[in-house]
Design a protein around this ligand. Sequence first.
Ligand code: NAD
Length: 362
Amino acid sequence: MSALIAILPGDGIGPEIVDEAVKVIDCLRDDFGLDAELETAPVGGAGYDAAGHPLPESTLELCRRRADAVLLGAVGGPQYDDLPRELRPERGLLGLRSALELFSNLRPAILYPQLAGASSLKPEIVSGLDIMIVRELTGGIYFGQPRGIRELENGEREGYNTLVYAEHEIERIARSAYEVAMKRGRKLCSVDKANVLEVSELWREVMIRVGRDYPEVELSHMYVDNASMQLVKWPKQFDVIVTKNMFGDILSDTAAMLTGSIGMLPSASLDRNGKGMYEPIHGSAPDIAGNNRANPLATILSVAMMLRYSLGQPALAERIEQAVSRVLDQGLRTDDIADGGSGVSTREMGDAVVAALRNQEK
Ligand code: NAD
């Protein structure tokens, strides 16, 4: 049966970079037998403009009930900054994450050898880096109750949040991470703070228990403070890292910045059945929107993740990744990775990836 992909371009550079990703999907359909249909819908500021809400009912219905996977560009823009909080573009994104129960956030940090100079670390430390951070996305301290700011008897105010994980929440993120590790190098490092936090003690226990179902995966544990050091000291020691919401928030940004190129990194957010939303890690870049200058590669690589994690097409995912590597070999660079010089346009980059795909052996 044909897969349905929801296409949500969003705001700013979103429509420009998503156009290039759609070209790549079209090429896979025409030349490589991908059986997929696309349906486009507005979200974020575009949703507000079209239907008065950042997550219009019809977009939600498409993503929740009918689509097998969602490809999102980016949301946000200065023209929406004065809207009430519940109508701001970001609400569309958060609404989708919670409505689709996307608890597992996959953030790869990949450094193409051709771009090793873009990192702030020495090339030999980061060249060829390929790690995946699996971050729990819908639980932990960002959502735990009670939370708030209260007044104490002495009149002083006190802020408080609750770090809480139920066993089933740990178990499902553990399974998600083991599944990811099975598709990669079969090494999983669980990052916690079990020397201080009871939540982490339980986390560790569940990680070990779930691991019995994945004997091929080598599990290790690391405290989060050490993990942050190791990520900048010798990042290539990692294959897959799994961690709680807040630790993952911080560590995945560190890992992303090791690669030095925000326009290159895709991401996925998955539910328990592997359905997912795929998007570049960057935002809507209003400063360059409409100029045909944005780097579309993070969005194109998000399509590769979609093929691997939601559509069961790892060979097509690899084709896209090889095509991207090929255009970098050819020296094509958009402005953000052009090392000071002027790069090719968004459309030229998309066209080059499609051409590289077409040149591959069938
Ligand atoms: P940003 O990621 O949009 O931009 C940061 C810098 O990186 C800018 O200079 C931009 O030009 C550049 N950049 C980003 N993506 C690029 C690409 N593909 N090619 C070339 N250059 C690129 O972050 P910001 O400026 O902090 O936020 C802008 C808007 O995006 C805000 O409204 C913010 O809320 C929103 N945002 C959305 C998401 C999302 O949709 N997931 C994520 C982050 C920020």
